[in-house]
Design a protein. Structure first.
Length: 207
C-alpha cells in the first residue's frame, strides 16, 4: 500500500470525531477537507495556501481597472481574501493556480451565490494573470463547498474572450461511516488536480 493511501486511510479513520452539526464553522469543514487534499498533493509542486490569503491576481485586475477608468490613486488596492489558494513556485515567486471557497451549511442562498460569483471572478483573474505574465493559456480546476458538500469545476477562457465554467464532479466530505461510499468519487475527482497541466508546464520551464 502506498504512503498516500495509508495517509488517506488514517485521515478517514477520524470520521468518528467529525460532527454532522449544521452550524460548524467554515474553518472546521475546510480543515477536514484540507487533510485529504494535503495528502493527495503530497510530492507534487502544488502547495495549499490558506488562512484567507489575499489573491495577487485580483489586486492586479483592480489596479488595471483603475488605470483604464481613470480612478487614479483614490485608495490602496487589496486583493480578495481567499479561503484556500492553490499555488506553485516559479523562479522563487508564488504563482496562483486556483481559488477555492468554503461556506457553512446554514449559509443562506444569497450568501452561497455571492461566494460562487466571487470565486468565478477570482479564478478568471488568475487565468488572465497567467496568460499575461507567462503566456500560458490554461484552464483551472476550482472548488466551491457549502458545508460538507461541494462541486469541482473547470474554468477556461475562450478565443472570444469569454470565461466558461463547466462542472466536473460533485464532492462530499463524509462525517459518518454510512457516507464512506461517496468518498471514492470525491478522491477520484481530486486526483484530477494532481498535478494539473499548468503545474507540469511550470516544472518544465524551471529546468
Amino acid at each position: 500500500m502506498s504512503k498516500n493511501a495509508v495517509s488517506t486511510f488514517d485521515s478517514v479513520r477520524n470520521l468518528a470525531r467529525w460532527s454532522s452539526n449544521q452550524d460548524e464553522s467554515e474553518t472546521t469543514v475546510y480543515r477536514r477537507f484540507a487533510a485529504l487534499l494535503d495528502i493527495l498533493l503530497d510530492s507534487s509542486n502544488i502547495k495549499l495556501i490558506d488562512g484567507e490569503s489575499t489573491s495577487e491576481a485580483t489586486k492586479a485586475s483592480i489596479d488595471l481597472n483603475r488605470s483604464i477608468f481613470g480612478l487614479g490613486e483614490q485608495s490602496h488596492s487589496f486583493g480578495r481574501r481567499i479561503d484556500l489558494m492553490l499555488g506553485i513556485k516559479h523562479k522563487k515567486q508564488r504563482v496562483e493556480i486556483s481559488s477555492n471557497e468554503f461556506k457553512k451549511t446554514i449559509a443562506s442562498k444569497d450568501v452561497v451565490l455571492k461566494q460562487q460569483c466571487k470565486n468565478l471572478r477570482t479564478n478568471a483573474c488568475i487565468i488572465q494573470q497567467i496568460i499575461a505574465k507567462y503566456k500560458i493559456n490554461t484552464s483551472v480546476m476550482v472548488m466551491d463547498f457549502v458545508g460538507s458538500f461541494g462541486c469541482l469545476y473547470m474554468i477556461k477562457k475562450t478565443e472570444e474572450q469569454f470565461y466558461i465554467a463547466k462542472p466536473v464532479a460533485k464532492l462530499a466530505i463524509p462525517y459518518n461511516i454510512d457516507q464512506l461510499g461517496g468518498l471514492e468519487q470525491t478522491l477520484s475527482a481530486l486526483f484530477q488536480m494532481r498535478p494539473p497541466k499548468l503545474a507540469c508546464r511550470f516544472c518544465f520551464n524551471n529546468r
